[in-house]
Design a protein. Structure first.
Length: 387
């Protein structure tokens, strides 16, 4: 035993001639910690390499910080109390992690001091194994082909926003005529995408598979699975016409306004205010009985100068009123379901069928679809958002 040169206590011999406590106080414990590390990131699938072979996507910042700490194995013995992560403003491929840790007295576990440490992580862009197979070798196990057979694909655009907010694995996305192809590395991801489409939109799904390999010794087979998804060709705010037979069975007029397209097709009768909902099975069963007369690209502006309210004792959701509008050349009489939304002097959007060679079976040729949103209202809506 020797006497510690700092505190004078008896201690086993060592190179520093100090006890463990004094050695910890005098020695820089961050000397052996790596200050610069690299992170492998796949831009295609938004995943990070977790050694040795796993690729994981981190949506939560706390999980991502835990991943960075585990990636640097030299941090395993530190008593970490606080971690801050920031992106380098000069180089967005670099991240800086500021770690606060404490030193404890090994005799009574009291906190001796608190130190800070800065570690730089460099992001290296690369490709994971699955993305490399799908891109270079054109390899995929399952493909989901989503199509909307319509010139104007508003329903498809709404679906894209829903997919963007979801946590689904979409694989490699390729743009094709009338839609997109989702090339996925396994069948489970494809089935999750199919179930998501079924629960959010009217669609028709056809499946097929192709045998690509067979192992007779182990009795294993390998298939490529294809899913063909056809979305409802009708978009919101479209003006559609149904057959006379179907109109009588539903108790509505032939020309209807589409007010919603989700798992059900919601149609509004502009003359009575009645709403009918058609589910997925009934829509595809009567697919040939629908005809799109006008789409949102055909909307025209009309000035409202008089609204005549009808009897409010109605049993439907919307109150139908007579309205007189002007298209810049003449005044037009029509009906509208926007009684509680529009006012005299405002501008509305609608369809003018007077120039089309169609039978006037509704009593008027102008259909008011929605109120035009002014620039001032857009600014107010943006100011009300919490950013």
């Amino acid at each position: 035993m020797i006497i510690c040169c700092k505190c004078g206590t008896l201690t086993p011999p060592s190179i520093l001639n100090m006890c463990k406590f004094c050695s910890a106080m005098q020695t820089d414990i961050t000397f052996a910690i790596k200050k610069h590390c690299s992170v492998k990131y796949c831009k295609k699938c938004d995943r990070y390499l977790s050694p040795p072979k796993a690729w994981i996507s981190y949506k939560n910042q706390n999980e991502f910080i835990s991943y960075l700490i585990k990636l640097n194995t030299t941090l395993s013995n530190l008593n970490i109390v606080k971690v801050d992560l920031s992106v380098d403003k000069e180089n967005f491929k670099r991240m800086k992690m500021f770690i606060s840790f404490i030193n404890k007295n090994y005799l009574n576990s009291e906190v001796v001091n608190e130190n800070t440490l800065e570690i730089t992580y460099k992001i290296n862009y690369t490709q994971c194994r699955d993305c490399f197979k799908m891109e270079d070798n054109q390899y995929w196990q399952s493909i989901v082909q989503v199509r909307q057979k319509n010139k104007y694909k508003q329903t498809f655009a709404d679906l894209e926003s829903l997919l963007h907010d979801s946590n689904l694995t979409l694989g490699t996305i390729k743009q094709c005529k009338n839609g997109l192809d989702f090339q996925l590395s396994n069948l489970n991801d494809a089935l999750k995408l199919i179930n998501f489409l079924k629960s959010n939109i009217i669609c028709k799904i056809d499946t097929s598979n192709k045998l690509i390999a067979k192992d007779t010794k182990s009795n294993l087979t390998y298939f490529k699975n294809s899913f063909s998804v056809e979305l409802c060709p009708i978009n919101k705010d479209d003006l559609v016409e149904i057959t006379n037979e179907m109109a009588k069975s539903l108790g509505v007029n032939q020309r209807l306004i589409v007010i919603k397209v989700r798992t059900e097709l919601s149609l509004l009768d502009p003359t009575t205010g009645k709403i009918v909902k058609i589910n997925n099975a009934n829509f595809w069963k009567n697919y040939d009985k629908f005809e799109i007369i006008c789409s949102s690209k055909d909307l025209k502006e009309f000035d409202v100068f008089e609204i005549v309210n009808c009897d409010s004792n109605h049993s439907h959701q919307y109150q139908i009123s007579d309205v007189f509008v002007n298209n810049g050349y003449k005044s037009i009489h029509c009906k509208t379901h926007l009684t509680n939304t529009i006012k005299e002097g405002e501008v509305v959007l609608g369809y003018d069928l007077s120039t089309m060679n169609l039978e006037n079976n509704a009593g008027f040729n102008t259909f008011i679809i929605k109120k035009k949103v002014s620039n001032e209202e857009n600014i107010l809506n943006l100011e009300s958002l919490e950013i």
